[in-house]
Design a protein around this ligand. Sequence first.
Ligand SMILES: Nc1ncnc2c1ncn2[C@@H]1O[C@H](COP(=O)(O)OP(=O)(O)OP(=O)(O)O)[C@@H](O)[C@H]1O
Length: 718
Amino acid sequence: MPQLAFANSFWESYDSLEKPVKAGVRKAMQKFQLLSVPELHADKGLHLESVQNAQDTRMRTIRINDFWRGVVLAPDDGSDVFLLVNVVRHDDAYTWAAKRLYTTNSATRALEVRNVVALEHLTPALEKAAAVADSLLFAKYSDGVLRELGIDDQVLRAVRTIVDEAQLKAFETLLPEDQCEVLQYLAEGFGPDEVYRDVVAVRRPVDAGPDPDESLAVAIANTTSRITLVSGPEELTDILEKPFTAWRVFLHPSQRRVAYRVSYGGPVQITGGPGTGKTVAALHRVKHLLSRSPDTRVLLTTYTNALVSSLRENLSLLVDDDQALLGRVDVTTVNAYAHGVVTHLDGRAPSPVNDRDERQLWQRVVKQLGLPWTEQFLAQEYRNVVLAQDLRTADSYRSALRRGRGSALPSARRGQLWSAVELFESILRAQKVTTHLKVCARAADLLAGSAPTHDHVVVDEAQDLHPAQWRVLRGAVAAGADDLFITGDPHQRIYDSKVSLGSLGISVTGRTHRLRINYRSTEEILVWSTGVLSPVSVDDLGGEGSDTLAGYRSLLHGRRPHVNGYGSEQAEVAALVERVEDWIAQGIRPSEIGVCARFNVLLDKAYGKLAAAGVPVVRVRDNPGPDQDGVRLATMHAMKGLEFRCVAVLGVTAGAVPFAREVTPASVDALQRDADLLRERCLLFVACTRAREALSVTWSGSASSFVPRPDQLADETI
Ligand SMILES: Nc1ncnc2c1ncn2[C@@H]1O[C@H](COP(=O)(O)OP(=O)(O)OP(=O)(O)O)[C@@H](O)[C@H]1O
């Protein structure tokens, strides 16, 4: 019996097919499970036929129905795996198939595909232009070096014509995948050794022999990041009937390497820009950890309740709803976990106040003691120094290094400030309430005196955790191998937390990894959004240095973001309604559209106008389930971790982004002011990077200074 495999190009086309065509695909695929190879060739219904003038003699098409054909790569070397590569409209199928050539990469040994006709056609003319060009992008790499990295003759010829990154980009859809990735890394300035390590070594089978020309079946088996092999009829039905979620099956080698490494000696940190699949890597790690032993317990944390729900759903998808496995994972926010620990071990549930009440309490303290500071300053000092360093006495506060604070506090002043802390805490006690961070501090104390609750902790959205929350996580698991798996992006820090992981007993030295390929947004959206952050640098996740987005890119392309100012808020909202209606008219479901703003006031207006135009709308804070219809409305903060096909960011005005009230005046604390401004900038970055295909950024009056000017952006977005 033959075997069947599916290429990622197939899934891209399959997902958008109409139901009857999908049924036709399923019927055709079943034949590959039932018939022998000669029977397949003879089957009238399947009509497996070769393609005229095909560059790859193994190309065949099969009949799906009168209008659609499947494109299949059939083995001609005695091996028996058929690869379904695409489903294309009847008339286009033959031309599509005729131009493609599948080859085995000499370095990675994976199967790759190129548009061989386009490459042959373009190269000679480009060679002429290259002969008189001032410089060539890959001139400093010898043929030998490039060949070591898997570049073959035809690609090498094309490579020698490339003058700049824009030309490389134009080649991207034509080049074989692994070779293209090698070239992209080299173009980004990574050295050949790094590229070998990150692109080749992670794919190359450990037992790769000297001969790269093995059978098609072997090459297919080597291509796990782009091809799925189906083992039997049940698996076939299963994967063709469920909505295909590529992330469950195809991991980039860099994702697979971090998620499925058998064991780490201690805490491990995975960073990467928005949409690089950090959450996906965290979910696969949980799956791996669960498989290690039948009674392992895993704590999986994220930042908001909305993200907890989506993590639960996705984990359930990943482990095929296996309740025995799911029963061994606690998915929660750190605050909710800490609350549970305190309730359980103290025997009563704490009552944390919300941020607004906490501010009011500080106001009361300022008034009562006649202090020279604002309530904002005190709240920040309490959060960023006292709770961050877990200072419990006046003496420890007096001698503490106030890292990140820009205002000097001499000893006498510190005494005065400490009396404010004491008064604040005594009011909390008198009212029998507490704060979320104090619940965390209590939980960490309790955990220190009891057994760890879990065998492994996996932390997603780690960038915003406060040291008090890290202490809880540290206490949830015994220090040692595979204790903490941490994913986060310091460019998406939108709350005021500074941490030094090392000082909290979480040393990731030698165990840090970075993901660079964005699977969510188009390159056009990424380039624009990274322009928001380009004037600044951010601290890394562990608080030991700075982080960068070098090498961060997307393989997807689309339209440039729509960026526009309006004369009034009314005009801006009216334009939003039109835009949303336009997206819906293009076939985008309302639930695939996200609309966000800095404040609820503007969202309320957008809600009213959209609803009045007959567009279904829901608020993200009302936790709509995945099946609930309606455009999603959320504040920028609530957009964290979410994604939508289309995103409109409203109200990006000079007065709202940054929001002056959230920015500490320089006269109060200059360092805090810088941190606040950075946080506001990151907030806009987070909001914009939620978009998959279309992004609109608008304002009324004057634009936020964070909106990149055209001259601050790379060429292709202008
Ligand atoms: N290997 C993959 N193949 C296909 N799609 C993927 C892959 N990895 C991630 N994705 C998709 O890319 C999108 C972003 O992934 P994910 O949410 O894990 O990124 P992230 O790095 O956690 O993002 P953010 O930091 O912005 O929250 C999701 O739609 C996810 O399904």
